[in-house]
Design a protein around this ligand. Structure first.
Ligand code: KIV
Ligand code: NA
Length: 275
């Protein structure tokens, strides 16, 4: 299995890192089999799996439940779990409890949390406690209410400078990588050039050290809004719906189940049954 050391080496060797989300055992199995190097149990779970319209309602218990399933489905892949909304902003004891449950019970290898500023000290403390932390900068969906919507971040020089400073602070605090979401390509490039730790981009252009996308977006599964930075490689919703429609039709017109899907009794047993 790849480790945080492997990912740093990959950056050094200019080998792109692949990361993708998964939320349950079958999705994790496919993501592992397809060769993705880092699985993110993202709190996007709230939107793509649980049907909420943001990541805000997602709890530590939700993340734990899904991390366990992902770990069972992908036992040989490095798993990162998102610490959900407000699970790392209170007193540190509370943060430690959440971190311990996601790693010790859930089986995550690293935890991801959003933002900088007051979060930096938490990153340093968790790192000292032995928890590998991945930062998340740029568009940070847990702050959508403060940011005022899902918008490109770091478009202005001042904002971009703060992003770079924040990344350096996270690195100094011990973060092992940083996810950067929805920033101009040249800001993604600058971040990757400035930091020694891997910068994993989503909507951050081609020059970051790796890329991350959401499982449902990659395969076209679900009905949600798909942002510009997503590439949908197939549309499984169409084939899933087609299959279900065929099932409904065949039950109605009595062509399912056929002999092929049915069990039979021997003639002798039948005679006894009907006497
Ligand atoms: O929750 C998530 O899926 C994420 C990715 C978009 C990076 O944080
Ligand atoms: Na997330």
């Amino acid at each position: 299995m790849k480790t945080t050391g492997t990912f740093k080496k990959m950056k050094h060797d200019n080998e792109k890192i692949t990361m993708m989300t998964a939320y349950d055992a079958p999705s994790a199995r496919l993501v592992e089999e397809a060769g993705v190097e880092m699985i993110l149990v993202g709190d996007s779970l709230g939107m793509v799996v649980l049907g909420y319209d943001s990541t805000i309602p997602v709890t530590v218990e939700d993340m734990l439940h899904h991390t366990k399933a992902v770990r069972r489905g992908a036992p040989n892949t490095f798993i990162v779990t998102d610490m959900p909304f407000l699970s790392y902003h209170g007193d540190f004891q509370h943060t430690l409890l959440a971190a311990s449950s996601l790693m010790q019970e859930g089986g995550a290898h690293a935890l991801k949390l959003e933002g900088a500023d007051e979060v930096i000290e938490t990153v340093a403390k968790l790192t000292k406690a032995g928890v590998p932390i991945i930062g998340h900068l740029g568009l940070t969906p847990q702050s959508v209410g403060v940011l005022g919507g899902y918008k490109v971040q770091g478009k202005e020089a001042e904002e971009a400078k703060k992003l770079i400073n924040d990344a350096l602070k996270l690195e100094e605090a011990g973060a092992v990588a940083i996810v950067v979401e929805c920033v101009p390509q040249n800001v993604g490039k600058l971040l990757a050039e400035t930091c020694k730790i891997p910068i994993i981009g989503i909507g951050a252009g081609i020059d970051t050290d790796g890329q991350v996308l959401v499982y449902h977006d990659v395969i076209g599964y679900g009905a949600g809004h798909v942002p510009k930075f997503v590439k949908t490689y197939t549309n499984v919703s169409v084939s899933i719906k087609g299959a279900i429609e065929s099932y409904v039709k065949e039950v109605k017109d009595k062509s399912f189940p056929s002999q092929k899907e049915s069990f039979t009794m021997s003639e002798a047993e039948l005679d006894m049954l009907y006497g």
